[in-house]
Design a protein around this ligand. Structure first.
Ligand code: PMP
Length: 397
């Protein structure tokens, strides 16, 4: 039986981690995986999370099963964060939110639900996109294609190409969109462009599925949620997967949610019943701890203020590393203009380096990046910035 099982390819990014761990060079730098590190290169434990954890231990609750769609206080806090405390869609009971096992399972629950609801639809993801988007929607049984997105020549969005690509899709197709801090490029649409995308989706009767894994890392919680709110106000049925892995530095706790904006409260309840069916057959009900932490922070004003401050510090630090990297590359006499790195948002930058240059970074300098040229700017700090800039200037000369 098992003798015919083929070896699956290694995950390229996690494979990079293994190679990094095995590298004996003391000054090696891992810019591969999408994890925020602080100025000392450590994975942070946020003050708000530490405090919430202490409070929870003090209260020592027994651990029963959560409802299939998760902790109610958590789901409600997620809705307010995404759609706004006073949102009309929330007051009308039009939004269904189910706690999920990180952003990944929010996408998978949505994908499984959509496959049952729209079995003939196809899925379009951005070119390029987070690699798992393809895997998740294919594993739900969809054919997955791409719409044009990144323009290497301008280090920006090929917006005309994107709109044409969307117009060429079939009625009812599903479009996966990065709400902010596009992974892997760091290049986002502006408000006017989002409005045009919404119009094309409406004309072509396409289904938007927003993925927001980096809320707070672009403009801040409110600014980044503006895209979600534009979609919610559009009158379209909208799917939103969100994650707290990065914004709470709670990667291993697996905290996320799927929200669906429906036409009315009755439709919302019907959708909820079907989402619960999907979840029940998948992992039955979600884990307690991470959602309790996030819900405690979001629902306790002083912890929430601490969290907003920590999130702001993470965002500001990444921005300052972007500026630092560009300035130092220029200081090495590199005549090319890397200022696009400052305009990109979130944890990542498409550096413009090709696979061969990325390989040289690793071989000659012990600097690990994804072969596409994606670097995690959130892994830079004052101690490694100069080495990274020197290496980038050297391999791209
Ligand atoms: N979407 C995107 C675009 C991501 O980058 C990530 C995390 N790498 C996720 C979803 C999934 O996040 P989580 O770790 O919470 O499953």
């Amino acid at each position: 039986l098992l003798s015919s099982v083929a070896l699956a390819p290694r995950d390229p990014i996690l494979g990079l981690n293994e190679a990094f761990a095995a590298d004996p060079r003391p000054d090696k730098v891992n810019l591969g995986v999408g994890v925020y590190r602080d100025a000392q290169g450590r994975l942070p434990l946020l003050r708000s999370v530490r405090e919430a954890e202490q409070r929870l231990v003090g209260e020592a609750q027994p651990r029963g099963y959560l409802p299939i769609d998760g902790l109610a206080a958590y789901d409600k806090a997620v809705q307010a964060l995404l759609f706004g405390e006073q949102a009309a869609v929330l007051a009308a009971g039009r939004v269904v939110t189910a706690q999920s096992v990180g952003g990944t399972s929010a996408l998978k629950i949505g994908a499984d639900f959509l496959k049952r609801t729209l079995p003939a639809a196809r899925v379009a993801i951005s070119d390029p996109s987070w690699e798992n988007h393809r895997a998740i929607f294919e594993s739900a049984g969809f054919e997955v294609g791409v719409y044009p997105y990144y323009d290497a020549a301008t280090h920006g969005v090929n917006f005309a190409g994107m709109l044409d690509g969307l117009r060429a899709l079939h009625v009812g197709d599903i479009v996966v969109l990065h709400a902010c801090c596009h992974n892997p490029t760091g290049v986002d649409l502006d408000g006017a462009q989002w409005a045009q995308v919404i119009e094309v989706l409406r004309e072509r009767e396409l289904v938007p599925f927003l993925d927001m894994a980096y809320q707070g890392f672009g403009e801040g919680n409110e600014g980044d949620a503006a895209v979600v709110r534009m979609f919610a106000d559009s009158g379209l049925a909208v799917f939103v997967a969100n994650s707290f892995s990065k914004s709470f530095s709670l990667y291993g706790e697996r905290v996320g949610a799927l929200s669906v904006v429906t036409a009315d409260a009755d439709e919302a309840e019907r959708v909820r019943s079907q989402l619960k069916r999907v979840i029940r057959a998948d992992y039955s009900n979600p884990p307690t701890h991470g959602a309790m932490l996030v819900s405690t922070v979001l629902n306790t004003p002083e912890l929430r203020a601490l969290w907003e401050e920590d999130l702001g510090d993470m965002r500001d630090r990444i921005r300052s590393m972007r500026r630092g990297l560009v300035a130092r590359i220029a200081a090495h006499g590199d005549p090319r203009d890397f200022s696009f790195i400052v305009r990109q948002r979130g944890m990542f930058s498409y550096s413009g380096l090709n696979a061969e240059q990325v390989e040289r970074l690793r071989e000659e300098f012990g600097i690990y990046a994804v072969s596409s040229g994606r670097i995690c700017v959130a892994a830079l700090n004052d101690a490694n910035l100069d080495a990274v800039a020197t290496a980038i200037a050297a391999v791209s000369a």
